[in-house]
Design a protein around this ligand. Structure first.
Ligand code: GLN
Length: 489
């Protein structure tokens, strides 16, 4: 068995049944990282010695658990007591966290081996990883293109088989959109399903942590390890966590799939709309009833999100003052000058743009017109989904309007970059779970490379088990998730 050409669940079983040692597995992935990371720049830091040491402990039986020996990558906005937690920002370039994120603790308690931290847009603000202060990640399918973002490093790492699974955060699409552009599965759980303790905050009413994998089984296993109440995060819900992996064997019968016409625009790349059409056929041929659903406030998603998220970000990022931790300017005249210089030097342009947008929307005289208004529209968007789920079990739609775009294409046009999130932000505004699944390929406009396209499924809050069953049905009769990029070296 080639441990780097399998699924996470198969790998886990192979290690548990001693068909492979954790050391062999971890070494195989570390070798691949060594070979490909310089070109792809998926990882910021790789923990070679620590990972091999943990692998040894799995092999001698002192580390056990549901993920024993499985190499996992985490986005570099999740705190770990070892290594640095940079958020791809100069502000946190040398930051060493004093505690582990709950997700990290749960992964390690389950025996997972964290091989490294992955690149992201600075503070998770972006859709391409180009806003990283340490350079962009490249899409393994075509290295002239972006992997999506903000969790682009995690998506690229899974797509290039540099790890068996990975984690990201999704505030407006940052797991699902890069998963779509890199041809892997990405899952955003219900708001409150997973603890955010130790996730560096971007927009606290939207942020969720979730997994990347090759298959729905991989996602189910990763989700059940990290989900569930946490005394360290009061926003994490005390809802029961089921064994999502076992529940996948339940048949997805009596299925009603909702199709929102607002998501099937002619402006989408034709390959994206074809992928949705083909998914409709798949579900119909397995007995599902396909119904039209109406999400009339869809078009207000982007403007609403780009008020709410920057408003919350402007507040969350106020803590980076150069005093407590993070970058501190060398020469300042007084305290206010120190704050101002430290922030001017530490933050990149996109982060500054968000802070200014958010501060403006919250300021006296504009609060009612922008922020309060956005909250009201957010409620309407949520109600759209509530009504739709009275008529269906899952909503089927695209994840993105098209395949990966070229590096540099949108960096000078923030609005074009924001428009990437048109099919993902509403899921965060409504707090519902969503999953992106590989659903085919299209040829790049320059005709040189095949690029992945994806479908997205949304489900009602805390209906993760059912949503995964519905996603599994699609993967059990299609082979789009088996495609792998040919890597340049
Ligand atoms: N692309 C969106 C943004 O720039 C979403 C980011 C995210 O989900 N973290 O805000």
């Amino acid at each position: 068995m080639d441990p780097t050409n399998t699924t996470l669940v198969e790998l886990r079983d192979a290690i548990a049944q001693k068909r492979a040692t954790a050391t062999q597995v971890v070494r195989a992935y570390l070798d691949r990282i060594e070979k490909h990371n310089a070109h792809l720049h998926a990882f910021h830091e790789v923990y070679t010695d620590r990972a091999l040491d943990c692998a040894k402990q799995v092999d001698d039986g002192s580390i056990t658990g549901a993920l024993a020996g499985v190499p996992i990558a985490i986005k570099d906005n999740l705190c770990t007591t070892w290594g640095r937690t940079t958020c791809s920002s100069r502000m946190l370039e040398n930051f060493r966290a004093p505690y582990n994120a709950t997700v990290v603790t749960r992964l390690e308690d389950a025996g997972a081996i964290i091989v490294g931290k992955t690149n992201l847009d600075e503070f998770a603000m972006g859709s391409s990883t180009e806003h990283s202060a340490f350079g962009a990640t490249r899409n393994p399918w075509d290295t002239a293109r972006v992997p999506g973002g903000s969790s682009g490093g995690s998506a690229a790492a899974v797509a290039a088989d540099l790890c068996a699974g990975a984690f990201g955060s999704d505030t407006g699409g940052s797991i699902r959109q890069p998963a779509a552009l890199c041809g892997v599965v990405g899952f955003k759980p219900t708001y409150g399903r997973v603890s955010r303790w130790g996730l560096v905050a971007f927009a606290s009413s939207l942020d969720q942590i979730g997994p990347f994998g090759r298959t729905v089984e991989d996602i189910a296993l990763l989700l059940q390890v990290i989900a569930g109440a946490d005394p360290l995060d009061s926003t994490c819900a005390d809802e029961p966590v089921s064994n999502y992996l076992n529940e996948l064997s339940a048949p997805a019968d009596n299925l009603r799939i909702g199709l929102p016409r607002q998501y099937l625009s002619d402006a989408n790349d034709p390959a994206v709309n074809d992928a949705v059409d083909q998914a409709v056929d798949v579900y119909r041929s397995h007995g599902a009833q396909v119904v039209d659903v109406d999400l009339p406030h869809t078009e207000y998603g982007i403007p609403t999100y780009y008020i709410v998220a920057p408003a919350e970000a402007s507040s969350n990022l106020a803590r980076y003052d150069g005093m407590h931790y993070g970058h501190r300017a060398q020469h300042a005249d007084d305290l206010v000058d120190l704050y101002s210089r430290s922030r001017a030097e530490g933050f990149g342009d996109e982060v500054k743009r968000r802070i200014m947008l958010g501060t403006y929307a919250l300021s006296s005289g504009y609060y009612d017109a922008y922020y309060l208004h956005a909250l009201k529209v957010r409620r309407l968007i949520k109600q759209d989904f509530d009504h739709a789920f009275e008529r269906c079990d899952a909503i089927l739609c695209p994840t993105t309007t098209g395949p990966a775009f070229a590096i540099g294409d949108k960096t000078d046009d923030p609005l074009a970059m924001y428009a990437n999130d048109v099919y993902t932000v509403n899921g965060n505004l409504a707090g519902i779970p969503g999953v992106s699944l590989p659903a085919g390929q299209t040829t790049a406009d320059d005709g040189t490379h095949r690029l992945p396209v994806a479908i997205q499924l949304y489900g009602p809050v805390f209906a993760e088990a059912r949503l995964l069953q519905i996603a599994k049905l699609y993967q059990s009769v299609t082979d789009h998730h088996l495609g792998r990029p040919e890597l340049e070296t």
